[in-house]
Design a protein around this ligand. Structure first.
Ligand code: WT7
Length: 645
């Protein structure tokens, strides 16, 4: 495919950027012309950040899967769309061409239809990283349903909450999933999640692990049986549902500073244009390149840069079922070597973890196919950046540091590979269309005096096509979360530095959200889970620097239960019980690294927990906890310091 909007020089970037700011409608309208539409939009952009109301390409009619599949059939039907590498390197990989993927998506769209799915229905997808996950996502889009993919590491309780919030009527899952040495019983987790559920009518179960499952009559059906029915009828095509550009495409739940995850809603037209545009430009994709994004499709990175971005660009995208360290720490390099991967996109936490194994795992692996490296999810420290660039990229591959969020749909700040300058641990320049600014606590814009580097809270002045439209079922929550902190601005929740060249360096969240191994965890949500444990009176959770995970989780817990104290009084049993509770309520990904039992928490007279103090203690900066005179009981600080783990 040819991308007339691919930026090929630094000057071209500057020109595109200027144009995009001067006339966003003309800029994005031109780009949108390169897609397949059934009807052109009435208006490119209509917006205000007060409600907020954001509409891109409204009145335009399309189906994103025609852009991801059908339009490639004429010229590249036999090109691989998906390459799938299984968890077990001994098992055979799969290659699925555009022709085959189109057929499989259409067939599964028939299955969905046969099971009662209609346009607008919510489908929860809870699967491992197998091609059928991408197929289920695309079939949902094909029929005009709204998918809500839930990462395979979330607990039954988390799924139940998400099913309820979305009022989902359908679930697509697997019997189980392989991840490294583990075998996760997905269907059984779904069965638990469905106890007491009143909305789900059908569960479609794809076979992967052959783990025994209980299939409930009338509710549960096998993927393979349903496909067979469609095949018997000779159905290979499924007419795509015609959607408005502003019809919802999917919901993806993410954590914030309140106790309950929110369902970020993305729509069809703008999301498609934005993920495609950023994919083509950030990674400088060239037809035939093999793109390997190591994220799980359960996160936004997988939605945008395994599925929609690459496929809408006619790219070859690699899906890896396993983890970087199974069967050993060479796995990524084996995959690069085996499939001659050209673009590798991963998380700093994975790089740091692999760094820990030294250079041995890289030895004898041919990485010469690599052209471009990318990182996402958290700030990358310079040491990891250099290791990645030197030992993986052999000093021959640009590294892109892509900053973005579930809410932004695609990359917002990133260098463009080999086109705009890379600076270790700086995300650098905003994408065209993005007018960023830094503000202080009072919302006043921070403007540099001369050449100084300034810091502030990162905000955005106007919408880009990939911005979230609402939080599902609660528009007010969307307003207060993102658009109310600073009037008429989108607030990212991140702090950042900006240098004299206008380059940005993201310093991390400024709200009560942790970023652990690139996964977002809300402290309030985690505290709620800890407090569910019968013996826990109260808890407070903060982050602290962690060599591999970026941030580790430190929990301070007031425990008054009598049960479970072991003979040494270390509370080891209680700790395990609390971890088990968190695994049940949220999932294993939210388990704290440290749990310290305390008799009180540092609170102000009005009852507010002073997290600043706890953060300092967790970081080990015991002498810089600052002023504690306003505390209700300043004495508690000394006790907490003495008990630090
Ligand atoms: C938060 C968003 C975007 C997909 C993965 C995470 C942090 C993300 C970077 C980066 C520094 C980063 C931010 C952001 N973050 N990318 N390149 N440099 N920080 O998506 O779960 O929505 O989390 O991840 O703090 O707000 P998410």
């Amino acid at each position: 495919m040819h991308y007339p909007y691919q930026i090929e020089s630094y000057d071209a970037y500057k020109i595109a950027y200027q144009k995009s700011i001067k006339d966003p409608a003309a800029f994005w309208g031109d780009i949108a012309e390169n897609f397949t539409w059934h009807k052109k939009w009435d208006e490119v952009l209509n917006w205000n950040f007060t409600e907020p109301k954001i509409e891109w390409f409204k009145g335009g009619k399309l189906n994103i899967t025609e852009n991801c599949l059908d339009r490639h059939l004429e010229k590249q039907a036999d090109m691989p769309a998906l390459i799938w590498e299984p968890n077990d390197p001994e098992e055979h990989h799969r290659i699925i061409t555009y022709r085959k993927l189109h057929e499989k998506v259409c067939q599964f769209a028939h299955v969905l239809k046969n099971n009662g799915v209609k346009k607008g229905d919510r489908i929860c997808i809870y699967m491992g990283m197998i091609p059928e996950l991408a197929i289920a996502v695309l079939a949902s889009a094909r029929i005009g349903a709204v998918h809500s993919v839930v990462f395979g590491g979330f607990s039954a309780q988390s799924i139940a909450d998400r099913l309820y919030d979305a009022q989902a009527e359908f679930v697509v899952t697997c019997d189980g999933a392989y991840r490294g040495a583990k075998d996760i019983p997905l269907k059984s987790v779904i069965d638990d999640a469905l106890i007491g559920n009143r909305t789900v009518k059908k569960v479609i179960v794809c076979t992967r692990t052959r783990t025994p499952v209980s299939m409930i009559k009338g509710r549960d059906v096998w993927w393979e049986d349903e496909i067979k029915k469609v095949e018997t009828m000779g159905l290979h095509d499924f007419p795509a549902e015609i959607m408005d550009a502003e019809d919802p495409l999917f919901i993806l739940y993410t954590s914030g500073s309140t106790g309950k995850p929110k369902g970020v809603v993305h729509t069809c037209g703008g999301y498609m244009v934005y993920t495609n545009y950023t994919f083509v430009n950030v990674f400088q994709y060239k037809t035939g390149d093999i793109h390997f994004c190591t994220a799980d499709i359960g996160w936004i990175t997988g939605h945008s840069y395994i599925v929609y971005g690459p496929l809408s660009a006619g790219a070859t995208t690699l899906i890896f079922e396993g983890v970087p360290t199974f069967p050993d720490a060479s796995r990524f390099w084996d995959i690069v070597d085996k499939f001659k991967v050209n673009i590798l996109y991963t998380a700093p936490t994975a790089i740091r973890s692999l760094m820990g194994f030294g250079l041995g795992p890289l030895q004898g692996k041919n990485l010469s196919s690599l052209k471009i490296l990318g990182t996402v999810g958290e700030p990358i420290n310079e040491e990891a950046w250099h290791w990645y660039s030197e030992h993986v990229g052999k000093n021959n591959c640009p590294v892109v540091d892509t900053w973005w969020q579930t809410e932004t749909g695609g990359c917002l700040i990133s260098n463009l590979a080999g086109i705009t300058p890379a600076v270790p641990s700086w995300a650098t320049l905003p994408m065209p269309g993005l007018e960023m600014l830094l503000v202080d606590e009072n919302g006043k814009e921070v403007i540099a005096q001369g050449d100084e580097t300034v810091s502030g809270n990162l905000c955005i002045k106007s919408p880009w096509p990939g911005i979230l439209r609402t939080t599902y079922g609660d528009h007010e929550r969307c307003r207060t979360n993102y658009f109310a902190t600073y009037p008429n601005l989108y607030f990212t929740g991140d702090g950042a530095l900006r240098d004299k060249n206008g380059f940005y360096r993201i310093t991390g969240r400024v709200d009560d959200v942790l970023n652990v191994s690139g996964h977002r965890i809300g402290t309030a949500e985690l505290e709620n889970a800890i407090n569910m444990h019968a013996g826990v009176v109260e808890s407070a959770v903060v982050g602290y620097p962690h060599d591999v995970k970026g941030q580790g989780i430190y929990a301070f817990v007031i425990y008054q239960g009598s049960h479970g104290q072991d003979t040494h009084g270390t509370g080891e049993l209680v700790r395990k019980d609390i971890l088990q509770t968190i695994t049940r309520i949220i999932g294993a990904i939210a388990k704290p690294d440290k749990i310290q039992f305390v008799t009180g928490l540092p609170k102000t007279r009005s009852g507010k927990i002073m997290r600043r103090i706890l953060r300092k203690i967790a970081e080990g900066e015991l002498d810089s906890v600052g002023d504690i005179s306003t505390l209700l009981d300043p004495g508690v600080v000394e006790e907490i310091k003495n008990g630090r783990l």
